[in-house]
Design a protein around this ligand. Structure first.
Ligand code: ADP
Ligand code: ZN
Length: 288
């Protein structure tokens, strides 16, 4: 089955052609400018290949409710040209094929659940820590949607006593994203994360916030594995710090075989940054 995938991001659109086995055959990236400019480029690309269905994983928030009138729209995004734009309908109309639709981070979680390190797991979470923070939740083998979709990057965290940064979330200031996203690191220290690689206090504080968020997710969702991806997590020294602090904050309260081995519990993505595209292929297959 030839399937299309679109990982729709605020800065770039990754379009790919592949199949239900997770083989990616072609891939092309377009900058995300306006729908008027970017949509025709993507539609042209997909028209060149005989795809049976398309799967879209989008930045959001997005309307994922299939019975809603605005199903398939990107809703309140700060990328104003795309606010209230129905990206799913635009592709369904232009290509006349089934179109699966979910958030970018749910797509990444689905990619890992279908082809990667959550393959044999029924309950897991995928967190991306980049320009924003997103959380995709697999629960009892399915992606969790609820009334909209989880927005786990915006859970409220307490500011660390040593931290005076006001936080960069325009809605909540000091939510997880406001304190620990890539822009939060840059806002706090005046330099990009990648330039702060050797400053240990940066990663101690970052790991502290991430661990606090993980403890909340662990206690509420009881995941069997946690995957941490996104640009900030390219700082690999974060992993051991996060594992240590997560154990400290849980403080022995719950005991499971997963928590006994944090090295295989809190892990990086396993699909070479293809998890989003692969999840979109799965969304396409599910739409057929
Ligand atoms: P996006 O979230 O926009 O899709 P990324 O996941 O790459 O893209 O996230 C970009 C953010 O992550 C930026 O704030 C950037 O400064 C930060 N970032 C990217 N690479 C690194 C790195 N190697 N180390 C630390 N921070 C990084
Ligand atoms: Zn927020």
């Amino acid at each position: 089955m030839i399937l299309g995938a679109l990982e729709a991001g605020g800065t770039k659109m990754v379009c790919a052609i592949g199949d239900e086995h997770g083989t990616i055959r072609h891939r092309i990236t377009f900058p995300t400018t306006t729908p008027e400019q970017t949509m025709p480029q993507m539609i042209d690309f997909f028209k060149k290949h005989p795809i049976e269905a398309l799967g879209i994983g989008t930045f959001g928030p997005a309307d994922l409710n299939p019975v809603s009138e605005t199903y398939g729209s990107i809703t309140t995004t700060p990328k104003l040209a795309w606010a209230n734009y129905n990206i799913r309908s635009a592709f369904a109309d232009a290509l006349q094929i089934p179109v699966g639709f979910d958030t970018d981070v749910n797509a990444a979680a689905l990619g890992e659940a279908s082809f990667g390190c959550m393959k044999n797991i029924q309950n897991g979470i995928y967190i991306t820590i980049g320009t924003g923070i997103g959380v995709g939740i697999l629960t009892e083998g399915k992606l969790l949607h609820g009334m909209l979709h989880p927005e786990g990057g915006h859970i409220l965290l307490e500011r660390h006593p040593s931290d005076s940064y006001t936080g960069c979330c325009p809605y909540h200031n000091t939510c997880f994203e406001g304190l620990a996203s890539g822009p939060a690191i840059e806002g706090r220290y005046g330099k990009k994360g990648v330039e702060l690689k050797d400053v240990s206090e940066v990663w101690e504080l970052e790991a502290d916030y991430i661990a606090k968020a993980l403890v909340n997710y662990i206690l509420i969702l009881s995941p069997e594995r946690i995957i941490l991806g996104g640009g900030v997590m390219h700082q690999e020294q974060l992993f051991p710090l996060i594992r240590k602090k997560t154990a400290e904050y849980l403080n022995g309260y719950i005991k499971t075989k997963e928590l006994e081995n944090l090295d295989s519990y809190i892990v990086p993505p396993s699909l070479n940054d293809n998890q989003g595209v692969l999840g979109c292929l799965k969304l396409a297959q599910q739409a057929v």
